[in-house]
Each structure stands twice: as structure tokens, then as C-alpha cells.
Design a protein around this ligand. Structure first.
Ligand code: NAD
Length: 322
């Protein structure tokens, strides 16, 4: 081929946020925080997953680089984790709390997410934040002073799409994906479904794919609805997926297995491809079709976590001022 697509690394994208976040962190420390200390994040690790350990190490490094304080608290006995989180909720020195999941690997993890106090929930996993996101509500208060938090992995992918200029900044805010079609292979409650909703809320037509079926998320003809609507398109068959893919400007994968590869021949020429799975979901030849290819997203996710934390501190400041 005459043209091969470009790989854009998440480290390159996260660098574009480093300065902005570091500067804001310093502003928040000096002007907003009552104790004048660096914003302080605590991560709880209660599993022995090497991926979680690596993520924690990277969080620590990013925090140090950007003017944040970080500490990793290991809880070898998971049954004590809830108490430890409550202690951190009540500790005024701590600004943000996160848990490295999975902990129990079942519904109890859903419960743990809600134990983190909303005001310290840097990952944006609290039910209120999710509900606001699904309903396209951007603020927590009527005066529109307190910004709602967006879950950080889907937010990171939105920021990646902005960096790649898939978001068209000539269009009004909130409609900047108008006319675009996307496929998202993953509909988990942590990434795939919120991401489909966020993109559809911004005007995109999203085909959300899971192991069972395919759904279409849109804001309707002419973006007539204020939030996305969902339509079932039927079973996830290779034929339907191929038909939709050949017309998709954006393909985002998050399949958590090693042997899954999105078929390169189903990509539209010039598609933008992003993989957020820990495993490589695109084949080596992806750039024979893709214009831009982002092989992983984790580093941008950590930036968004820190950005969320600054927002939480500002929200708390505005709340106290009320
Ligand atoms: P999950 O197991 O909860 O969800 C997997 C989703 O993929 C489900 O919707 C499932 O139906 C779908 N799926 C699986 N196989 C499929 C197939 N063959 N075709 C279509 N859909 C299929 O996992 P998760 O929590 O969403 O995490 C997914 C991956 O993303 C993991 O590798 C995880 O490590 C990674 N992850 C990355 C970040 C990040 O910041 N980069 C954050 C969270 C998770």
C-alpha cells in the first residue's frame, strides 16, 4: 500500500495533559485546598493481580510527576477493605480514593464502589455520577457550579478521540461527533456501555457489541433527543458485525481475552482504531486499513483520574463556600 496508518501511543496523548494537570494541581494546592498540601490520592490494593500492581506503580509515578501525593495501601485480607475505605473517607488529609479491581470478582465489588464517599471518588464510580452520565446531566447542582464526574476509563477514550481530532471542534459542544459512526466491542458497565452513551450523547451513532448481541445508541434523527436512546439490532453475528464495521469511522475494542482479534478486512479504509483491552485486540496488519491506531489507553486513564480529583477538590470548595 502507498499509505500506512499511524500509531499514536497513549503516552503521547497523556503528555498533552501533563502540563495542564500539573499547573492546575499547583493552583488547587495554593488557592483551593484549606491545608495547602498537594492533592493526595490513596489507592487500595487487595488482590495479587500483577496487572493491578503495574497500574498502581504507574499511578504513583504519574502522581509524582504531576505534583500529587500518592500512597498505596495494601489490604491482604479483603474482608477488612471496607473498614479501611471508611477510615480514608473520614480522613480530611485524603482528597481522592480508588480501589484496584477486581477484589472479590463478584457483585460485592459493586457494593465496594459505593462505599467510597462520592466527594473522594476519583474514578467516578458512584451511582450518582453514572446516572448523570447516562442522562447527559453535566452538573450536580441547579446553579451549575458543581461539575459531575465522568468515569475515568470512558472519559479517557473520549479525550483520546478529541486528541485524534475525531471530535470536530467546529461543531457546537455536545454535538461534536455528529455524523460519525462507531463500533464498540465491549458493553461492560465499567467501560463499554458508559462509553457508548457518552459518544451517542455527543451525537455519534454507536453500535455497541457484546458477546450476545448488537445495540444501536443514538440521539435520534437530527439529534432530536437530549440523551441517547437504545435499539436492539439482533444477535452478534459475523455478518451483521461486518456490515456495520465496513461503514464505521471508529472501532473501539475491549475484549478481555488473548485470542480475540478484530478482523482487519472488516475495517473501513481510514477508520480510527482504539484498543483499551489489556490484550491486543487488533492484528498486526491493522494499519493497512486504519488511519490512526491507539494500541492502549491506560496512561490517559490515569491522567483523567487526576483531573477528576482536582474537580472533586474544587467541588468541595464550592460546596463549603455555599
Ligand atoms: P468485562 O469482562 O466486564 O467485559 C467484557 C465485555 O466484552 C463484555 O461486554 C463482553 O460481552 C464483551 N465481549 C467479550 N468477548 C466478546 C466477543 N468475542 N465479541 C464481542 N464482545 C465480547 O471486562 P471490562 O472490565 O470491560 O474490561 C475489558 C478489558 O479492558 C480488560 O482487558 C481490562 O483490563 C481493560 N480495561 C482497561 C482499562 C484502561 O484504562 N485501559 C480500564 C478498565 C478495563
Amino acid at each position: 500500500p502507498v499509505f500506512a496508518g499511524r500509531t499514536i501511543l497513549s503516552s503521547t496523548i497523556s503528555k498533552s495533559y501533563t502540563q495542564e494537570i500539573a499547573e492546575k494541581s499547583e493552583l488547587v494546592r495554593t488557592n483551593v485546598k484549606p491545608n495547602g498540601k498537594k492533592p493526595y490520592l490513596v489507592g487500595f490494593l487487595a488482590n495479587d493481580d500483577p496487572a493491578a500492581e503495574a497500574y498502581a506503580t504507574w499511578t504513583q509515578k504519574t502522581c509524582e510527576d504531576m505534583g500529587f501525593e500518592y500512597s498505596l495501601r495494601r489490604v491482604p485480607n479483603k474482608d477488612f477493605l471496607e473498614e479501611k475505605i471508611i477510615e480514608a473517607n473520614n480522613d480530611n488529609d485524603i482528597d481522592g480514593i480508588m480501589i484496584y479491581f477486581p477484589v472479590f470478582g463478584d457483585a460485592q465489588d459493586q457494593y465496594l464502589k459505593q462505599v467510597i464517599k462520592m466527594e473522594k471518588d476519583v474514578e467516578g464510580l458512584n451511582h450518582t455520577y453514572y446516572q448523570n452520565m447516562y442522562h447527559n446531566i453535566r452538573y450536580l447542582d441547579e446553579e451549575k457550579k458543581l461539575k459531575s464526574i465522568v468515569p475515568c476509563t470512558p472519559l479517557a477514550i473520549i479525550k483520546i478521540l478529541e486528541f485524534l481530532k475525531v471530535y470536530n471542534s467546529l461543531l457546537p459542544l455536545g454535538n461534536r461527533l455528529y455524523g460519525k459512526k462507531a463500533i464498540i466491542i465491549n458493553r461492560s458497565e465499567i467501560v463499554g456501555r458508559p462509553l457508548a452513551a457518552l459518544m451517542a450523547n455527543d451525537g455519534c451513532t454507536v453500535y455497541s457489541v457484546d458477546v450476545h448481541n448488537i445495540q444501536k445508541f443514538t440521539r435520534g434523527e437530527g439529534l432530536k433527543f437530549s440523551k441517547h436512546q437504545v435499539e436492539d439490532l439482533g444477535a452478534n453475528t459475523p455478518e451483521l458485525l461486518k456490515e456495520l464495521s465496513l461503514d464505521a469511522d471508529i472501532v473501539i475494542t475491549g475484549v478481555p481475552v488473548d485470542n480475540y482479534k478484530f478482523p482487519t478486512e472488516s475495517l473501513k479504509e481510514g477508520a480510527v482504531c482504539i484498543n483499551f483491552s489489556f490484550h491486543k485486540n487488533f492484528s498486526d496488519d491493522v494499519k493497512s486499513k486504519a488511519s490512526l491506531y491507539v494500541p492502549s489507553t491506560g496512561k490517559v486513564t490515569i491522567c483523567m483520574l487526576l483531573r477528576n480529583m482536582l474537580r472533586l477538590i474544587e467541588n468541595n470548595y464550592h460546596k463549603e463556600a455555599k
